[in-house]
Design a protein around this ligand. Structure first.
Ligand SMILES: [Zn+2]
Length: 317
């Protein structure tokens, strides 16, 4: 009888998972980096695109739906500026995160200088001046993905305002220091946005209604000043609805700060620059709530940053 041939030795396990894990780094050694804005090779951010992000804040004239809310932006949402924002927002260029954090902090400092916050209106108030830096709400899909770019920007902006020399204690050196808090406390409500759905498939009118529905406010903001932060402004309807929600909860919206603004159509007259009213005596009074409402805990949604807050960069809530 012919002896059975020994079974062949099993093949050695392939090490392809480890090889795949190392692929991005390996590619980085082979392929030159490209500019996140214009795609120029051999640089992650070319001088021209870096200059776009280093531009001084400008007040946008292309967000009519923001109405009386003054909106300041860093760059125009067009061309390479749009590519920069999208590449960061969609996660294609994670290496932009520290750049955008620096841009947000610098923009916050500039906003403090432009607005003069806390300003004269804070004198005589109970306790130190308090400013909430509130990101526009993200949908649940983006929240679950952890791509909360508006919240990341708000953290950086709050840090920039808190560190700004333009925001000294209004009552002198011995007065309590102003409090600057970044708080992700708005959640979309109404229609499909209640479920945080993307707006794909909705008509323009439906999108406007969706975006203009005031979001829920998850924290007690009564008596706080507020600055709304978002990555991009188009019509301004989202920012206005955020301001309305915050005002309805007793806060005083002072303006909005965005990374990029859709450029105005040709021939549009720019709004005249000027100081941002921070509420000296005689300024608009915040609407007071008729009755205190129970607040939902701010950390219940997936990927939720909660009512994360900064004081001099420290998350508080
Ligand atoms: Zn470039």
């Amino acid at each position: 009888m012919t002896p059975l041939a020994p079974l062949p030795a099993p093949p050695a396990p392939r090490a392809w998972p480890a090889a795949l894990a190392a692929l991005p780094a390996a590619l980085g050694l082979v392929l030159p980096a490209t500019c996140a804005g214009c795609g120029r090779w051999e640089t992650a951010l070319c001088p021209e695109c870096a200059a776009l992000l280093d531009a001084p804040l400008t007040e946008t004239a292309s967000a009519p739906a923001a109405e009386e809310l003054r909106v300041h932006s860093v760059l125009a949402y067009a061309g390479t500026g749009r590519a920069l924002v999208l590449n960061w927002k969609n996660g294609a260029r994670e290496d932009l995160a520290p750049v955008m954090a620096a841009v947000g902090a610098r923009a916050g400092g500039q906003w403090a200088g432009l607005s003069g916050w806390p300003g004269r209106g804070a004198e005589g108030a109970d306790g130190p001046p308090r400013l909430l830096v509130v990101p526009a709400p993200s949908g649940i899909v983006r929240r679950a993905r952890g791509r909360l770019v508006a919240a990341v920007l708000a953290d950086a902006v709050a840090l920039g305002i808190a560190r700004s020399p333009a925001a000294p204690p209004p009552g002198g050196r011995d007065a309590p220091r102003p409090l600057v808090v970044s708080a992700d406390i708005l959640r979309r409500t109404g229609g499909r946005a209640l479920r945080g759905a993307h707006q794909a498939g909705l008509s323009a009118a439906q999108r406007r209604r969706n975006r203009s529905a005031p979001p829920r406010v998850l924290a007690d903001v009564d008596g706080w000043d507020a600055l709304i932060v978002d990555d991009v402004v188009t019509t301004g309807a989202t920012l206005r609805s955020c301001a309305a929600a915050l005002a309805g909860a007793g806060a005083r919206p002072l303006g909005a700060l965005v990374l990029a603004a859709t450029p105005p159509p040709p021939g549009t007259a720019p709004r005249l620059p000027g100081p941002i009213p921070t509420g000296p005596p005689g300024g608009p009074e915040p609407r007071r709530r008729a009755a205190p409402r129970a607040r939902r805990p701010a950390s219940s949604a997936p990927g939720d940053r909660g009512a994360g807050a900064l004081r001099e960069g420290r998350r508080m809530v």
